[in-house]
Design a protein around this ligand. Sequence first.
Ligand code: CO
Ligand code: CO
Length: 326
Amino acid sequence: MSKLGPADLEDLIGSLGGNPEGGLRVKVVVGPGDDAGVYLIGDTAFVETVDFITPPVNDPYTFGAVSACNSLSDVYSMGGTPITALAVAAFPLCDYKTDVLKEVLRGAQSVLNTAGVALLGGHSLEDTELKFGLSVTGTVNKDKILLKSGAKEGDVIVLTKPLGIGIITTALKRRVLNDTQIEEAVKWMLTLNAAASTAALNANATSCTDVTGFGFIGHACNMLKGASVDFVIDSANMPVMDIAVALAKEGVFPGGAVKNLNFFSNRVQFSATVPEHLKYILSDPQTSGGLLLTIGKDNISTFEHSGIFYKTIGYVTKGSGILKIN
Ligand code: CO
Ligand code: CO
């Protein structure tokens, strides 16, 4: 769901304490704090989430498509299937013609068509900066909800997209890269997490989230919140786009990577061999990043046969919620 930098809006919502008076018309199964909320109406479980972003790319159609993929991701990360969406847009009337917003919407619509999701409407307001996203509703098998927590000792840890999206789009903003040089990052941002979600369900994943604004380390730490396990990561196996490695070595990474690294550092143990530039890659905020999940090691074969991109990046041990990066 939406975020306020490393301090999560979800924590604030969670601190409101819900509705103690009762009388709710739905049974809440997953409240604030996971990738999306889940509630039951009768026997049907619904997933609900909202996300909107500023443009990581220059082309409005591509922006709409990327933002749609990004917004759908939280439903997939819960093991759900998105069914309907509402658009939210902030639009600087003085800077753009409405044709631009039309292109953004066309891009989003193309992704929703692929995903089989009905766009029911939306809301826009005038703002100084262009922002676009979706509120998405999905359904999920109530007995197969993929939560952030639940990783078990002995599980393997899997990531389904390479890191470096934030670094590459930052380089575009700073005119270090041009539109052609970010095509690989755009391809990954436009890859729906639908197939990865299906593979995770088939492999009986024990926990799952999507890597977005908090970067790999932030989302891994969130999976470890209150856990009695540690994640042991082999950073040499971490999938990273080559361009992002080169940029990070030159000191090109977004401010958000620094913020994430500082914010989560007390829960991360880096071994002395991890190079400095890799720490920023591991903290790099991702737009429409991949799924990060844990799977019983005997079930990884199911994943192998799925045909999707994935890397085994580590394993789960008994512990106290520490992210250990070797
Ligand atoms: Co989200
Ligand atoms: Co998420």
